[in-house]
Design a protein around this ligand. Sequence first.
Ligand code: AMP
Length: 504
Amino acid sequence: MASSSILGIDFGTTNTAATYFDKTGRLRLVPVTDKSFVLPSVVWYHAGDKAIVGHAARTQIIDDPRHTIFGAKRFLGRRFDSEFVALHKDRFAFDLVPGPDGYAAIHVYGQVRPLTDVVHVIIKQILTLANHAAGEPFSQCVLTVPAHASIRQREAVRRAAEKSGLEVRAIINEPTAAALYYANLRNPEQTVLVFDLGGGTFDATLMSVQNRVVKVLATGGDAFLGGANFDEAIVEGLVDEFERQSGVRIRGNKLVMQRLIFAAESAKIALSVREEAQMRVAGLTQKEGAFVDFNFSLTRAQLEQLVFQLIERLAASVDDVLQRANMTPEQVDELVLVGGMTRMPAVRQRFAHFRRTSTDKEVHPDLGVAIGAGVLGRNLARGIVGLADVVPMPISAMLPGGRTVEVIPANTPVPCTKTLPLEALPMWNAPIPIAIFESLSTTAVDREILGTLHVPPQWRAAQPGGGQLELKMGHDFTLRATLIADNGARTPVQLVDPKPITAV
Ligand code: AMP
């Protein structure tokens, strides 16, 4: 019999974790190994369609980098020809290619696989572990996504979970999940700033917590800033010196750079608890037939210098979020740190002017988001919502002729309904297209087309006043469009995706 509990899954760039409440109402973390509650989000394809997930796959990043997929979340639901993919794809030794739908996909053993396949393999694994831990299968889940995840990205994780046979009850923003956990912990009435710095992204979310209900006041962050950028900064800082000393050029060699990035990450993690770390990669490259080792020692002070600019970028994002809510750091009751990168002492010091009363034991940097998802799962199972999320990016409409109008502003609480007057719509004899898109900025590069709807010419001709277009965004970030006639009559219209995500 399927479990009545709802599994909370935090599918992370680096690690995936899951939690649930058992029949006695106790919170359970899904064990991955004897010692760990996190499953590395890494998939190693060791034959055409055979995959291994987690800790065992992680070691293959070095041994079989072409077939070992990590950081898939960064590219999920992104078009291959997007600026983001162009900027980041060369960091990875596996083959990123355009899928038949135009979205980033991987190429392994001569086959193109959508990234939802990779994510599906990870979710299936954590689900198997959860089913085993609970002693009965889960049929429903809550998923978490970065606060600025686009609708496409949300849809892509949803499909990956559905492919595992799970019904997705809700998709919530990671920082909201962390705050929900925090609210559940102490039931405070406070204003909380959740600072979530993971492997690939940074989210800053300002929330008010009242009676265990979380309301998002403002969200921000940087989709291009995460732990991986810190690793790159370390490598950047050392490669020139290595090339000078060894006389070997290694820049541009993907495999070599990947090994260095791996070593840089280990050194970075070690420097969170030590003052000095050794970065050693035996046989990194070759010179005149002999192996050349990479061997540098790095101090915490040197590391902090290398990543100084990145930390300042974090600070600028935080300022921006506070400014939007018209608040000062003193007005924030608590800074909640989530994500593996918040263990770095320099990151903590930079934000030491914020109040922090919870200890890290309480809001666990690796599991806070997964626990929040579990808390929402329990609340949904009991019929309580206790959550008010906001639209991550503005939703706009482009009318024939190119005029663009913002319909739903960013940070509008969901669910929400907004209307756009259509008096400027031309009278044509053919269906009149309106493109709907979401974007972080107004530049065309960043736009993500969500779909196009067509206004029937007869409908347009019958509205001397122009009528209106209504866009409704649901709790789960699904978008519905309806035409409203001058007399108030409603006609739902289909949003047609110009390039749909491959059905999985
Ligand atoms: P997450 O996506 O939350 O799992 O965060 C993963 C990121 O945190 C990766 O970039 C890790 O290198 C980084 N990380 C994990 N542990 C530490 C640590 N102790 N010190 C600094 N960075 C860490």
